[in-house]
Design a protein around this ligand. Sequence first.
Ligand code: PLP
Ligand code: TYR
Length: 466
Amino acid sequence: MMRFAPEPFKIKMVEPMGNLNKEERKEAIKTAGYNTFLLKSEECFIDLLTDSGTNAMSDRQWAGLMLGDEAYGGSRNFYHLEETVRELFGFKYVVPTHQGRGAENILSTLTIKPGDYVPGNMYFTTTRFHQEHNGATFRDVVIDEAHDPNAVLDFKGNVDLNKFQALIDEVGADKIPYICLAVTVNLAGGQPVSMANIKAVSEMAHKYGIKVMFDATRCVENAYFIKTREEGYEDKTIKEIVHELFSYGDGCTMSGKKDCLTNIGGFLCMNDKDLYIRATGMVVQYEGMPTYGGMAGRDMEAMAIGLRESMEFNYISHRVNQIRYLGEKLDAAGVPMVKPSGGHAIFVDARAFLDHLDQKTDFPAQALAAAVYEYSGVRTMERGIISAGRDNKTGENHVPKLETIRLTIPRRVYTYAHLDYVADAIIQLYQVRHDISGLKWVYEPEVLRFFTGRFEPKNGELIKGF
Ligand SMILES: Cc1ncc(COP(=O)(O)O)c(C=O)c1O
Ligand SMILES: N[C@@H](Cc1ccc(O)cc1)C(=O)O
């Protein structure tokens, strides 16, 4: 048996990658304010900024685009998507949105009252933004180990039931409209939640009349980890596991740009008819008709096909193993990273990588993401103190335990050879890590500052002598 099976697809169409020389890259990252979000795509060689909307679609999905029914009302592609989501996820109602945060906006607006609390297994930027925007306080109830890069656990995204119970005791269940249960947990490193934990959370929540709303964004990756790590699930299909997992919840938000293998889209699901009716009322205000929600008919078709494809074992197994492959290479060379490797990305521990920099004043992850780009043309993303933002009440910086850069692998886009290049680049940069300068703010946006913030190197040069 090969340790890493080859790509389970053939390449039918190719897209050239940018290939700037060193001087051009130095200029590009300076122009981008040392923020990799602000680089132009053409300036990047291997683009590991995100796995969101960057998926390669299959020939069947491209064929599906030709079946797009672009009617303003009642597009047949919506009914295909609705039927697929109902079958695979098991929820009664499906509300389409332009992407995940469209669904988060609707859910948060309709269910949160000012003064409420929303517990979750670690924060996610846009999700927390919508919760806070509607007057809630987010409470992190993930297990402590999720914040420790070196804690190796099979299900590092699990909810700590004691923390959940403590919040209920502290504020009262009537102040908790729902628990947001992410499968997998993005900012913990793409770490999964076990089926046993999902069941236990569901029992506790429902005992108190609290709803369980999944962030379903990477649910297929979570199902793969359940199948390969949790006793009793080895013989179940990915489809069966996904279905069972959602059976313990009351609904979900979904960014369709990840596990649905498409480039845009999202949806909100629920079992509650009243919530559904109110959600369709909001869809027409912010997204579009309840039969397209901001998506083109052709995109809904591609999503219906993609969601089904994502449940094929060979696909998902290859995907998760690509991440593991990159992780093993970096780990073998001593590059500090969040362990174990997760479902969509490797998170390099920037605090340990740049141990000469201070998290609060030098922004090591922001500096490392910029340096990786300047050094190699590989685009990654900061996931540390800059992403964590400020407390919306006190204005103080959130100080996350994890200060990382994310090497996010788009689905079906890169081969193992690309990953070899990425690993070599980071391993080489590790040898000269102490030449990397900290950064300082030039422009700090008020909300979701990591997207458009600008910086400059404190020492004038980002990588000394490079
Ligand atoms: C876990 C998670 N939840 C929600 C979202 C929001 O989805 P979108 O980018 O489609 O708005 C994302 C990505 O942004 C995500 O990774
Ligand atoms: N959800 C996507 C896009 C995104 C990136 C960063 C964010 O903080 C918010 C959204 C991702 O995780 O890559």
